[in-house]
Design a binder for this molecule. Structure first.
Ligand code: ATP
Ligand code: MG
Length: 277
């Protein structure tokens, strides 16, 4: 596998070098296909991003930033970007293929998860965020659709389309990402930083344990109101005290008091369930 991947990693390639298979997903900018590199037989996923659609949305710079950031990342819990190329109409991002699909689908089919599985998943995401934050990168679009499953059941963070490089001590003010996962400081306009990823981890862990969103409402205005007050729908009493404390420490209004990746990985609930993950 290593050798076959060397035939595509960082190489200047063209669409004709690949045999395109089935569609595996669609996001707001890209359509993703499973593909096989003809010469080496390497399996990969190719995200196609239409240039005209990017232009109409004034988002041409987004792909360049996504490629710049994603191509610097090498960690087993982060989907690898092997290479990219373009033609007149599309950009093509050639990535590691995640055969297990989205974590969202797994939760819908098999959830809510037991505490052991929820803690394991939460720890895997925290470890990937620890790597990302150590590179001064904020993901900014963490949600169950952007966490994918490898063949061995381990998780991988994907979709760096909204990610930014942000030196420590600096803040961002623009609002982006899916409302249900957005942190209070990213809604209030007071500036935000890497702690927003930890809030999103809190939302996802709540979903693992309940199958539901913590601030759910059909009305977006109500969702916003609930987020800025951290008005969480109470966790069922069947959820343990330690799990509850962990989720509440991630869904902490004040970013300074919110768990960091390091703290999340040392949390008693995480340690109880995954000593070696
Ligand atoms: P968004 O709407 O989140 O901005 P996007 O247009 O940037 O999405 P992605 O999130 O990268 O696109 O991909 C869309 C979907 O395609 C994912 O949610 C996932 O279901 C699927 N997908 C993406 N990359 C892969 C991959 N490498 N292997 C398998 N499936 C993938
Ligand atoms: Mg996505």
């Amino acid at each position: 596998m290593q050798n076959t991947l060397d035939a595509i990693r960082g190489k200047k390639l063209h669409l004709s070098n690949f045999k395109i298979r089935h569609k595996v997903g669609k996001g707001s900018y890209g359509t993703v296909f499973a593909a096989r590199h003809r010469q080496s037989g390497a399996v990969c996923a190719i995200k196609t991003i239409n240039k005209a659609r990017l232009r109409t949305r004034g988002a041409e710079d987004l792909v360049k930033r996504e490629v710049d950031i994603h191509s610097q990342l090498r960690y087993r819990g982060i989907l690898e970007l092997y290479t990219w190329f373009e033609d007149s109409y599309n950009y093509f991002l050639v990535m590691e293929y995640a055969p297990g699909g989205e974590l969202l689908r797994a939760l819908r089919q098999e959830g809510p998860f037991c505490e052991r599985r929820a803690a394991n998943y939460s720890a895997q995401i925290a470890a990937a965020l620890q790597y990302l934050h150590s590179k001064d990168v904020i993901h900014r679009d963490l949600k169950l659709e952007n966490v994918l499953l490898q063949a061995n059941g381990k998780l991988m963070l994907a979709d760096f389309g909204l990610s930014v490089s942000l030196p420590p001590g600096t803040q961002l003010y623009d609002s982006c990402g899916t409302l249900d996962y957005r942190a209070p400081e990213a809604l209030g306009g007071q500036g935000y930083s890497r702690e927003i990823d930890m809030w999103a981890l809190g939302v996802m862990t709540y979903e693992f344990l309940t199958g539901r969103l913590p601030f759910y409402s059909e009305d977006d205005a109500v969702v916003r109101e609930r987020i800025v007050k951290a008005d969480i729908t109470p966790l069922p009493t069947s959820v343990s005290y330690l799990a509850r404390e962990y989720v509440h420490s991630l869904l902490e209004l004040d970013p300074c008091w919110r768990l960091s990746c390091n703290e999340a990985l040392l949390d008693p609930w995480i340690l109880e369930h995954c000593q070696r993950c």
